[in-house]
Design a protein around this ligand. Structure first.
Ligand SMILES: Nc1ncnc2c1ncn2[C@@H]1O[C@H](COP(=O)(O)OP(=O)(O)OP(=O)(O)O)[C@@H](O)[C@H]1O
Ligand SMILES: [Mg+2]
Length: 299
């Protein structure tokens, strides 16, 4: 648990201030400490002045406006913001599906120009699995398609990750025989099996009931503990952002701009309900909705 004093140290980086290059975390007795950033100033995923637009025959929709973010290796980086602020669009751009009209996105210094097996996205929809493939085939298929592994190695790796998400008894089941949460776990296993440099998740638990959602957050954190992958995670739940992330970028309403960044590595599932956690939720809430923060509660 963190002290109340810690909360005022949440490292809010105001939008008006220039964002420091090579963001340095202030670790405060982290429950799940992320490794120190690699030496040197370069983040793994660097988003610089990124403006994203959709062009329809009638008009141009600006989804994000000049976003700057630095995501370091092994970060659990959360994009938090209201509906329509461009979270999914930004994720798709980082994955290489959308090209910025302004600014740049680089992965380990190389420009992101197209999707690649080093950036795998788990979408919110449950129906992202080919229904004619079993769980095991669904997880193994992309490994083979990307020519990453031979049949046997692909099967072995698929089994490993299916086990990690607790679905070994269902390895030979088809998607229609699974619940929504189980299908989502298959999608997560499939993404993890690719061992991407960055795992991107777009509100992956939003449609789950509260209990399953909590369990999935727990599983994701346990998997991260083990594999220390880099996570870019979208949510509009403040609690989920604090639990899942070690850093949270708060986006303003449409078009999305970075309003503030918070360090949240001191929180995990066991923090929920604590005074410090509730104060952090309130503070983020106030930032998100531009209301007066009941900041006194934090002091
Ligand atoms: N294919 C599209 N064509 C035109 N406009 C789009 C398209 N997709 C999204 N938009 C617009 O871009 C903006 C950002 O959308 P986006 O889906 O990225 O928001 P979001 O933050 O992910 O919202 P939510 O939390 O509801 O998923 C919105 O105004 C949306 O209407
Ligand atoms: Mg979205």
């Amino acid at each position: 648990m963190i002290s109340a004093a810690t909360l005022s140290d949440l490292s809010v980086l105001e939008l008006a201030e220039p964002r420091p290059r090579g963001f340095v975390r202030r670790d405060v007795a982290p429950a799940r400490p992320a490794p120190e950033p690699a030496p040197g100033p370069s983040p793994l995923l660097q988003i610089r002045g990124v403006t994203l637009e959709y062009r329809t025959p009638q008009r141009v929709v600006r989804a994000t406006h000049r976003i700057d973010l630095d995501i370091h290796a092994a970060d659990r980086f959360v994009l938090l913001g209201p509906s329509g602020c461009g979270k999914s669009t930004l994720l798709k751009a980082a994955a290489g599906f959308i090209t910025p009209v302004e600014g740049s996105i680089t992965l380990a210094g190389a420009p992101v120009r197209a999707p690649g097996p080093d950036r795998i996205v788990v979408f919110q929809e449950f129906d992202q699995l080919p229904p004619w493939k079993t769980v095991a085939q669904n997880v193994a298929f992309p490994l083979r398609a990307a020519k990453a592994l031979g049949r046997r190695e692909a099967q072995e790796r698929a089994r490993h990750y299916i086990d990690k998400v607790g679905l070994t008894p269902f390895a030979d089941s088809y998607p229609h025989q699974l619940s929504g949460g189980m299908k989502q776990r298959v999608a997560i296993a499939r993404a993890l099996a690719m061992q991407p440099r960055v795992l991107m998740m777009d509100e992956p638990f939003a449609a789950l009931d509260a209990l399953t959602r909590r369990r999935m957050q727990e599983e994701l954190l346990a998997l991260w503990d083990e594999a220390r992958f880099t996570l870019l995670f979208v949510t509009h739940s403040i609690e989920e952002a604090l639990v899942v992330g070690n850093r949270v970028a708060l986006l303003s309403p449409h078009p999305g701009r970075v309003r503030a960044e918070f360090n949240s590595h001191a929180f995990d599932l066991s923090s929920i309900g604590s005074e410090a956690f509730q104060a952090a939720v309130q503070r983020l809430h106030a930032r998100l909705f531009d209301t007066d923060a009941p900041a006194e509660a934090a002091r």
